[in-house]
Write a protein that binds this ligand. Structure first.
Ligand code: GLP
Length: 275
């Protein structure tokens, strides 16, 4: 994985928004995979700014969001769909028919998951997938466990994930749905390019294990190590104590490949849990 370290979340967001606007200029019909959460908010703010300045045209682009809470109507203000409307969709020129979302209000979960997979396929796959990182190493809502699910599916949320999402529900953890729909790990790994963004010191431990630890379903983000075009963009906080002696992770805004390394069995065992 290639890692880029930025001075702070604002610098990172500006660089990533500029990168996305260049990708849109190169391919106006770009298919973007998008995350929710606190992390991408500065990125969406920057994209809106670039759009208003005439430097990001979404008129031929398409988007697929990673996940949605089960049982919430898209118009519910607590839904991820409503979050995306507020943060990005209401402020740029994405045609509504090219905004794709899992419908949390579906009565037929299986059908809804298949529909989403087919829609991604019909769009020609995801060109650029932006990801956040859950505190327990989840991406989308692919939660840590003994095994991961390959394709779009319904998943039970871990208590820690429900707590982390409580802010969207006026800080009432009990109001956070217990289940969600999410793209699967293979759906994510099929994207042509992936950029995972993590900011803040609370993510540092997870970031390190994602990059240096073993590929394990107990830390779903570690599967990104298998992707040939995956990048990790972090701020100084999430970079933690890097560079370590064993890593080529650099404190600069330039890309640097993470050196392949040997990790002792004992250390691998210690790293098998993120939280
Ligand atoms: C949620 C989302 C993830 C997101 C994660 C991190 O659980 N389902 O897609 O990456 O939160 O959120 P934050 O960016 O707020 O730390």
């Amino acid at each position: 994985m290639r890692v880029r370290v930025f001075a702070d979340p604002g610098v990172l967001a500006r660089a990533l928004a500029a990168n996305i606007s260049r990708a849109l200029a190169d391919d106006p019909a770009l298919v973007l995979g998008l995350p929710t959460g606190r992390t991408p908010i500065p990125l969406y703010r920057e994209l809106v700014r670039l759009h208003r300045a005439g430097r990001a045209d979404f008129s031929r682009a398409a988007t697929f969001n990673l996940d949605e809470f089960l049982g919430l109507d898209p118009r519910d203000p607590h839904s991820y769909r409503a979050f995306m409307q507020r943060q990005l969709f209401d402020h740029v020129n994405l045609p509504p028919r090219r905004i794709h979302f899992l419908n949390g209000a579906t009565r037929d979960v299986e059908h809804e998951c298949r529909r989403y997979e087919r829609a991604i396929e019909r769009a020609g796959g995801i060109d650029l997938q932006i990801l956040g990182l859950g505190m327990n190493g989840h991406i989308g809502f692919n939660e840590p466990g003994r095994a991961l699910v390959a394709r779009t599916h319904c998943t039970r949320l871990k208590p820690a994930t429900r707590r982390a999402n409580a802010a969207l529900f006026d800080n009432r953890v009990s109001a956070v749905p217990r289940e969600a729909l999410s793209m699967g790990m293979a759906t994510i790994l099929h994207a042509k390019r992936i950029v995972l963004v993590a900011t803040g010191a609370t993510k540092a431990r997870c970031v390190q294990r994602m990059i240096e630890g073993p590929v394990t379903p107990r830390l779903p983000a570690s599967f990104l190590q298998l992707h040939r075009n995956a990048e990790v963009w972090v701020d100084q906080g999430a970079a933690g104590n890097y560079p370590t002696r064993r890593s080529s992770f650099r404190r600069s805004s330039t890309s640097s490949p993470i050196a392949s390394r040997t990790t002792s069995c004992a250390r691998r065992r210690r790293e098998s849990d993120c939280v």
